[in-house]
Structures are given as C-alpha cells and as structure tokens.
Design a binder for this molecule. Sequence first.
Ligand SMILES: Nc1ncnc2c1ncn2[C@@H]1O[C@H](COP(=O)(O)OP(=O)(O)OP(=O)(O)O)[C@@H](O)[C@H]1O
Ligand SMILES: [Mg+2]
Length: 293
Amino acid sequence: MTPDLLEQGAKRVEARMAALAAKEGKTESGGRAAGFSRIATPGQVDVTHGRILYLEDVCVSFDGFKAINNLSLDIAPGELRCIIGPNGAGKTTMMDIITGKTRPDSGTVYFGSTIDLLRYTEPQIAELGIGRKFQKPTVFEQLTVFENLELALFTDKHVKASLFFKLDSVQSDRIAEVLHTIHLADSVLRTAGNLSHGQKQWLEIGMLLMQDPKLLLLDEPVAGMTDEETERTAELFLSLKGKHSLMVVEHDMSFIRTISEIVTVLCDGSVLAQGTLDQVQADERVIEVYLGR
Ligand SMILES: Nc1ncnc2c1ncn2[C@@H]1O[C@H](COP(=O)(O)OP(=O)(O)OP(=O)(O)O)[C@@H](O)[C@H]1O
Ligand SMILES: [Mg+2]
C-alpha cells in the first residue's frame, strides 16, 4: 500500500469514528465539551470528578456594579458547605446564578461534570435536582402539612395530574419518611398557617425533599427561629448531609459552628477565604471585613 492510500484509509476511519461519537453525543476529546451535546436527564448527575457543583470565574454586574467578581468555588457530592460573608457580599446573587434566576455576564457553572447550568432555565434547573429555599417560608397556608408535602410531589407542569391523583405506597412511604425527617410527624393534619415560623421553614424544606434533590441551596434558613428551632434545624441539616449536597448561607455563627465542615467566606463577589470555621475566624482579612465588626 502506498503512503497515500494509508493516509486516505486513516482519514476514513477517523471520519467514521467522529460520526459514531457524534451519534452517541460524545466529542473526540471526551473532555468537558462532552456535556454540550448530552441530554441531561433528572437523576443523572455525573459526579465522577468529585464535584456536584462547579463555578469558575463567574462575573455579574448590575448597572456597572460587580456583584459577583471572578467567583470560583466547588462542592463535593454529599458535602454540607457553609457560606458566610458581610451583607452585600453576593451570597444570594450566587444562588440566583446557580438556580438560573440571574444569568452571569461570564464564567462557568456546572452541575456535576457534564451539565452546563447556564444552558437551562430556572424550572429546568429545579427539575435537574437543585432545590432552593428562600429566606421567607412559602408554604400553602390553607393546606395541611400532609397536603403540602403531597402537592410537592408534582412539579408545576404536572399540576393537572395531581387533581386526579392517588398516592401509591412508595409515595406514601416517602411522605412518612420526610415527615419524620423534618420533625412534623405529629403535626401532619395541622394547617400550615398555624405552624410556628420554624415549623413552616421545616415544612418548606420537606417540600423540597419530596423531589429528592441532589443539591439543596438554603439562604439564611435559621433567621427568625428560636434557639430550640435553630438547634433542631442543625440536627436536620446534619441528617441530610451525605444523602444530599447542601449549600447553606447563614450569619448565625453558633449555628455555623454546629454544622460546618468547610466554610467559604464571600466578600465583594468572590471568595476571600476558605477552611474550617476556626481557620477562617483566625484570618485577619475575614476579621477585618466581617467577624470583627
Ligand atoms: N437584581 C439586582 N439589581 C441590582 N443590584 C443587585 C441585584 N441583586 C443584588 N444586587 C446587589 O448586589 C450585591 C450583592 O447582593 P446579595 O443580595 O447577593 O448579597 P448577600 O451576600 O446575599 O447579602 P445579605 O447577607 O445582606 O443577604 C448588593 O450590593 C446588592 O445590592
Ligand atoms: Mg442574601
């Protein structure tokens, strides 16, 4: 065979391989770009690289003000990550970006190693398995605890189905399990509107858990809670760790001390320090901008 023929043959094989790879949704490199053509299915998050969430060089400006400024951060599967930082540091904005509420001007945001979150809408991101808890509880006040959890089995687009719906045993078991987890098993028939502030917060967390999210984002979850409710919330989060990944933003340092492993300090839209609470509390820069006030 002449070198020419060899070369042509090699090219044909290359072309065939590329066509096959394209059909399977893979790129030649098998690298990060592989995610671009893959269809993300709920329940399938590729964490083989040891990260459930990955942000790199994320920036967002509001009227010229850089609320998020080259923010890079990642979270391991099953981790409970605490985020602290002064008012206006960009903590809530970061959650807005992860959940698709705010689009960054630049940067990378991945869920696992293949799902580029910037390509999805807010409801799609929720369906992919990222649950978010805002500071104010948003339960259905007129409904019972049970009915709230039952409704949470359905995402918006399935509301119609829920009208003609009867729980199967798996779903009933799931509700019972979640009721137990959120300490509301004794209040199952109470109207949500009659619950204490802390109980409403737990119910809302329970509603998120009904969807079995991979990652839960919780913004100031113990604000307004009594000391006892705060303690029970700490127990709740510690029990969720491992089964879910959690990102918890809080200003309550004793709560952070109870639950934290790694603490990330945000300031001016980027990571100022990261480590155990003791480590970041001893960091001069952190004391200056936040803890020392
Ligand atoms: N939609 C918006 N339009 C304009 N500015 C915004 C918007 N969202 C956030 N900001 C600004 O971005 C900065 C970061 O706000 P963000 O709410 O993320 O801070 P935070 O760390 O959550 O603070 P806190 O601890 O008070 O909740 C603030 O200066 C805020 O005013
Ligand atoms: Mg905030």
